[in-house]
Design a protein around this ligand. Structure first.
Ligand SMILES: *Cc1c(COP(=O)(O)O)cnc(C)c1O
Length: 411
């Protein structure tokens, strides 16, 4: 934005003309491209399954969040088609006018059951769910203790609430305790909240929920867990909170319906009073149209599949163990992930990007993730093995990793 200010101050321009806007954008876009920070988007030609087609080439897909392969599940597709035939393609209104279909109610009952809570509320996405729920409860007289590696939607949700944001070092319980104590004893704040990802998406590590809950109890603080990468993955599918047996100790169990669940949407599960409050106070619920019937029906089917059998989860864990072992044996640095998320840490940003590009040319789609998404010097290619991958696909991917790793002198 620096350049924009420059135009406004030095150009003597009061109103930004479209020509000025164009100039500003082009200059900044060129700058990003020069620094290798411009992300090119590759459209996928067809379904986002274990094999994807891009530019007419078939690639082993190690970049989706489709943990259980449910994004292309036949029974969910049938449920979506049936819902379209019965309800049409749009919900017709926001939830609080008459966009709440009986399907939405059924979904929310299923979500509460899935999470072991009194009630649940669903939203159009995980991102807007965080924007909605945090700001509906916290305000400028409150403070939020937030893990420094929390997801962007948590950061934005916290900012929107206008509460004081107190960042603690990643999963550093001593730092959290010190800051929680300080905030409590300062007497400056009405309400306090600790907010954390359940599973951290860049490294695959799990939040230390038992200690977080203990600190929260000691200082009388609410707990909000964003379990986007834990639901469908940990706790026999129910997520990180269930994995630790803390379902009655976490006030907000937030999650997404777009990752392991395979469709789209977000939700908060918790006490009935919390859900009732969110239904009258969270703005995306009041002012943005409800999720489509097809999506809701597919999600309900997905939750049924996940709760009725652990077959897909077992397959996903087996595949992720296989890929991790294979990469480690080849000599790659794969960090300390406790979940299927498998980073292959390369380090230098340029080498990371080159590595990902060469994998792509050889037939593996694994995106590079570099600064500012992860700290400088910890550039990585992130692999997401799913239940839908076959051994053969993983073996092929490992052979390509070996070839490219040796070629670039990484292993
Ligand atoms: C992906 C993600 C979200 C956003 O969920 P969407 O449903 O894709 O909007 C929120 N929080 C975390 C931690 C995530 O990983």
């Amino acid at each position: 934005m620096k350049r924009l200010h420059y135009y406004l101050l030095n150009g003597g321009i009061d109103v930004m003309t479209s020509k000025t806007l164009d100039h500003f954008l082009k200059e900044n876009l060129d700058d990003l491209k020069e620094r290798g920070l411009y992300n090119e988007i590759d459209p996928v030609e067809g379904a986002n399954g274990a094999i994807i087609k891009i530019d007419g080439r078939e690639l082993i897909n190690l970049s989706s969040n489709n943990y259980l392969g449910l994004a292309t599940n036949e029974r969910m597709k049938e449920a979506a088609i049936e819902a379209i035939n019965e309800y049409g393609v749009g919900a017709g209104a926001v939830r609080t006018i008459n966009g709440t279909l009986d399907l939405h109610v059924k979904l929310e009952e299923k979500l509460a059951e899935f999470k072991g809570t009194e009630a649940a509320i669903s939203y159009q996405s995980g991102f807007n769910c965080n924007m909605a729920a945090i700001s509906a409860v916290m305000d400028k007289n409150d403070a939020i203790l937030s893990d420094e590696l929390n997801h962007a939607s948590i950061i934005d949700g916290c900012r929107l609430s206008k509460a004081k944001i107190i960042r603690f070092n990643h999963s550093d319980m001593e730092d959290l305790r010190t800051k929680a104590k300080e905030a409590k004893e300062s007497g400056q704040y009405n309400k306090l909240m600790i907010i954390t990802d359940g599973v951290f998406s860049m490294d695959g590590d799990v939040a230390k929920l038992p200690e977080i809950v203990e600190i929260a109890e000691e200082f009388d603080i609410m707990v909000y867990v964003d379990d986007a990468h834990g639901s469908g993955v940990l706790g026999k599918g129910a997520g990180t909170v269930k994995h630790f047996g803390l379902s009655d100790k976490v006030d907000f169990q937030m999650g997404t319906l777009s990752k392991a669940i395979g469709v789209v949407g977000g939700y908060v599960a918790g006490k009935q009073s919390l859900i009732d409050w969110l239904k009258v106070r969270s703005r995306p619920f009041l002012f943005s149209t409800a999720v489509t019937p097809a999506d809701v029906a597919a999600t309900i089917k997905s939750l049924e599949l996940i709760t009725n059998s652990t077959e897909l989860q077992d397959q996903m864990w087996e595949n992720s163990r296989y890929l991790k072992e294979g990469l480690k044996k080849l000599g790659f640095e794969i960090g300390n992930s406790e979940t299927p998320i498998t980073p292959c840490i390369i380090g230098d940003e340029n080498t990371t990007q080159k590595f990902s590009k060469r994998l792509n040319e050889e037939g593996v789609y694994a995106k590079s993730i570099v600064f500012p998404t992860v700290p400088r010097g910890t550039g990585r290619v992130r692999n997401m093995p799913t239940a839908a991958h076959t051994k053969e696909m993983l073996d092929n991917a490992l052979a390509i990793y070996e070839k490219v790793g040796k070629e670039l002198g990484i292993i």
